[in-house]
Each structure stands twice: as structure tokens, then as C-alpha cells.
Design a protein around this ligand. Structure first.
Ligand SMILES: Cc1cc2nc3c(=O)[nH]c(=O)nc-3n(C[C@H](O)[C@H](O)[C@H](O)COP(=O)(O)OP(=O)(O)OC[C@H]3O[C@@H](n4cnc5c(N)ncnc54)[C@H](O)[C@@H]3O)c2cc1C
Length: 384
């Protein structure tokens, strides 16, 4: 029974995405990992499927999926190499959602259709060398100079900065006020003078998805590029937090997709062992691991889908989204470790599926708020 209703249109998209994963992404997963590059024809197919506009309303050229539907697509996409989801993820999420949530109508009309079509990629720049979890203490500053903002500072680890045309950038506009009215969200286009994008970071995982440093040196950005216009100057921290709240559900979905794939790999491995003569008693530890993995996955799927559904009912799910991110991403690391234990040498081989998932899922406990930050959010809510 489909407890959570999705539309007929979604059923078609979901089937098309499953075909895309099986026929286009799976066969090149290893090559993409080895070469750290997603071929352009795959990005073109993502555009044709509408994947860059999953969450953007139809009015602005997107597919206008509900949160629940979007999450179900991400679960499918992360059963294969995680970099494919990441390629579309910033455009559907942290890169564009600030413009959708708080942008002026003029800003939405200018940017969202280009992002939804995949013609433009959107990215999100908050993290700095001295401000990761402690996002309220960023120092990249924007000062008004006539009818432009003059930006100076450095951002780091910015996903998709190499292919981004537009970057939602969080800056300080009033140092004294800080997060309480002194931080703003700006829309910065990649060719605005004074912005330099550094080389790709060499990372442990998600090799086909790149992160970069951004250096702003007297970068000039039109004054009306504040998300929401001049009356929203100082409100950017709230915009960033709303964007991250939704992003945390996406991270839950990515962790769940990888974990479901890991369980599938392990079930096949254990069946193979049984077919070649090992008994249930020989494999008891693996059987117990499989049962534990499936049980955690069942719980994770329920909490993720229920929270997405709650959000679609108009509820503020900030608290629940943190619990989802914490539970699903910690679970994914446990499951990747158990999968390695079940498959041992076969899993440990470089670029083997388990090895890749093990590296990739570790990231989900870091970005969009580490596990400790989620614990702080949840416990603060409980105690206030
Ligand atoms: C692959 C990748 C992609 C990324 N993409 C983006 C992006 O697109 N845009 C962007 O803006 N950023 C991005 N980031 C940055 C990411 O969001 C930060 O790395 C993350 O917020 C953690 O910050 P940090 O690395 O500075 O760690 P820190 O904040 O220095 O944390 C270090 C450790 O201390 C713990 N800690 C910190 N504060 C507390 C506290 N108060 N109480 C208890 N423990 C605490 C943390 O949990 C962590 O374990 C990306 C990072 C990676 C690795």
C-alpha cells in the first residue's frame, strides 16, 4: 500500500530515474570514480529528465515535486555513485532554495527557470577557513559602495563551484550584529569581477563531485542582489538556516539510498556463499548483521518519509530534520562498516562498491551540519 500519496506524473518520473540509474549511471560508476569526472552527455540527460528542477515550482520551469517525491528520487540516485546526486543536489537544494524561499519575484523569475532547466548550476557558499560549524562567525564582508556591494573574503569546500553559474553566498554586512541582523545572503554570478575559483580539492570520496575555494577580492555585486532585496539586508542567516533544514532531509535520503544498496550487495554476497555450500550456521554472524541492517533501514526510511510528508503538510520540521540527518547518516556509516565485515576482501578492493560507499557516506556526517551540530540543535529544542 502506498501510504504516502504521490502523483501519476511522479510514478513516470520515478520509473525513468530507475532506468537512468540502471542503464546510464551504473555502467559508468567506476569510470567516473577513477576519472573524478561526470561525462557531459550524462549531465545533458539529467537536464532532459528535469533533474535540475525537481524542487523548483512548475511556475518557474521546474517539476514542482513535493518534498516526499524529491526525497524518493534522491534515494534512487544514491544507490549508485553518490556524485551523480551531488551534481544536481546543489541546484535543487542549497544553491537555489534561498532564492525560492526568500527571493523577490524578480529574482525568482530571473534565476529559477535557468537553474531548473539545468542551463545554470547553483551553488551555496557559507563555509570559511575559520567558520564551518560555527557559521555565525563567518568573516567574508560585504560593504556598500554606491550601488554595489564590495565583497572581500574566502569561502572553502564549495560544492559544484566549478560548474556553478550562480552562487548563493552568505556574507557579513554588519559585524556588530553578527547572526542577529548582520548577515546577508547575496546572489553572486560566477563572472562578477573580483571572484576567483580555486582548483578542485582532492577528497576522500564523492570524487566526481568537486569542491573549491572561492576568493573574493573587491568583488562587485549589484546592491539589489541581496536575496529578498534591500529590506532583507541582515536576514541572511535565517535564510541560510531554512535552506539547511531542508538540506538535512536530502542528506538523510542520500545516506538511506547508499545503505539500501549496501544491504542489497550483502544479501547477494551471502546468498552466493550459501549457494557454494556454506551453511546458515557457518554464516550466522553475517545473517545477524543482515537482520540488523534491515531493521535500521526500516526505521530510517519511516522517519525520513514521515518527516518529508510532515513538511509537505506545511509543518516546520527543523527539529525532526536534524534527527533524521543524525540517525540516517550515522546509520549509513555503521551499515557500510557492517557490509565491509560481511564481504571482507571483496568489499575492501579499491573502487569496489562497498569501499566507495564507505568513503562517500562518511561525508554525510560532516556537511550541512555535523552530527554534533545536529545533537546540539535537537537537545536545545528539548531543553528550551
Ligand atoms: C565534500 C564537502 C562538500 C562541502 N560542500 C559545501 C558547500 O557546498 N557549501 C558550504 O558552505 N560548505 C560546504 N562544505 C563544508 C561543510 O559544511 C563543513 O565542513 C562543515 O560544516 C563542518 O565544518 P568544519 O569542517 O569547519 O569543521 P568544524 O566546524 O571545525 O568541526 C570540527 C569538529 O568539531 C565538532 N564541533 C564543532 N563545533 C562544535 C560544538 N559547538 N560542539 C561540539 N562539537 C563541535 C564538529 O562536529 C566536528 O566534529 C563541504 C564540506 C565537504 C567535506
Amino acid at each position: 500500500m502506498n501510504f504516502y500519496r504521490t502523483s501519476n506524473r511522479f510514478a513516470e518520473l520515478s520509473a525513468a530515474v530507475q532506468d537512468f540509474v540502471k542503464n546510464d549511471l551504473e555502467p559508468i560508476g567506476l569510470r567516473v570514480e577513477a576519472q573524478a569526472h561526470i561525462p557531459e552527455e550524462i549531465v545533458a540527460k539529467m537536464r532532459r529528465l528535469g533533474l535540475f528542477g525537481l524542487a523548483i515550482p512548475e511556475k518557474y520551469g521546474g517539476l514542482g515535486l513535493s518534498t516526499l517525491e524529491e526525497i524518493l528520487i534522491y534515494i534512487e540516485l544514491t544507490k549508485t555513485n553518490a556524485c551523480f546526486r551531488s551534481r544536481i543536489g546543489t541546484s535543487n537544494g542549497i544553491g537555489s532554495m534561498g532564492i525560492l524561499f526568500d527571493g523577490t519575484e524578480k529574482q525568482r523569475e530571473k534565476y529559477l527557470p535557468r537553474i531548473a532547466s539545468g542551463q545554470w548550476t547553483a551553488a551555496f557558499a557559507l563555509t570559511e577557513p575559520n567558520a564551518g560549524s560555527d557559521a555565525a562567525h563567518i568573516s567574508t564582508a560585504a560593504v556598500l559602495d554606491g550601488n554595489a556591494w564590495l565583497i572581500n573574503g574566502t569561502k572553502q569546500f564549495i560544492t559544484n563551484a566549478d560548474c556553478a553559474h550562480v552562487i548563493t553566498t552568505i556574507v557579513v554586512t554588519d559585524e556588530q550584529k553578527g547572526a542577529r541582523g548582520g548577515i546577508s545572503a547575496l546572489i553572486i554570478e560566477k563572472d562578477m569581477p573580483g571572484l576567483t575559483i580555486g582548483p578542485a580539492d582532492i577528497k576522500m570520496g564523492l570524487k566526481g563531485s568537486h569542491t573549491h575555494e572561492l576568493v573574493f577580492k573587491d568583488c562587485r555585486v549589484p546592491s539589489d542582489n541581496v536575496i529578498g532585496g534591500m529590506q532583507m539586508v541582515g536576514q541572511g542567516f535565517k535564510t541560510a538556516m531554512r535552506v539547511l533544514d531542508k538540506g538535512r532531509l536530502t542528506m538523510g535520503a542520500a545516506a538511506l539510498g547508499a545503505s539500501e544498496d549496501l544491504l542489497d550487495v550483502c544479501v547477494k554476497h551471502v546468498r552466493g556463499r550459501m549457494n557454494s555450500g556454506q551453511t546458515a550456521a557457518d554464516l550466522q554472524s553475517a545473517h545477524f548483521d543482515l537482520a540488523d541492517m534491515a531493521t535500521q533501514l526500516y526505521a530510517a526510511r519511516q522517519m525520513l518519509l514521515y518527516t518529508a510528508w510532515l513538511r509537505d503538510q506545511g509543518q516546520n520540521v527543523s527539529h525532526e530534520a536534524s534527527m533524521v540527518k543524525l540517525f540516517c547518516t550515522e546509520m549509513a556509516s555503521r551499515i557500510a562498516d557492517q557490509a565491509m565485515e560481511i564481504c571482507e576482501s571483496a568489499g575492501y578492493k579499491t573502487l569496489a562498491r562497498i569501499e566507495r560507499h564507505l568513503r562517500d557516506v562518511r561525508l554525510y556526517r560532516i556537511f550541512e551540519g555535523t552530527s554534533e551540530i545536529q545533537r546540539i540543535i535537537v537537545s536545545r529544542n528539548l531543553l528550551k
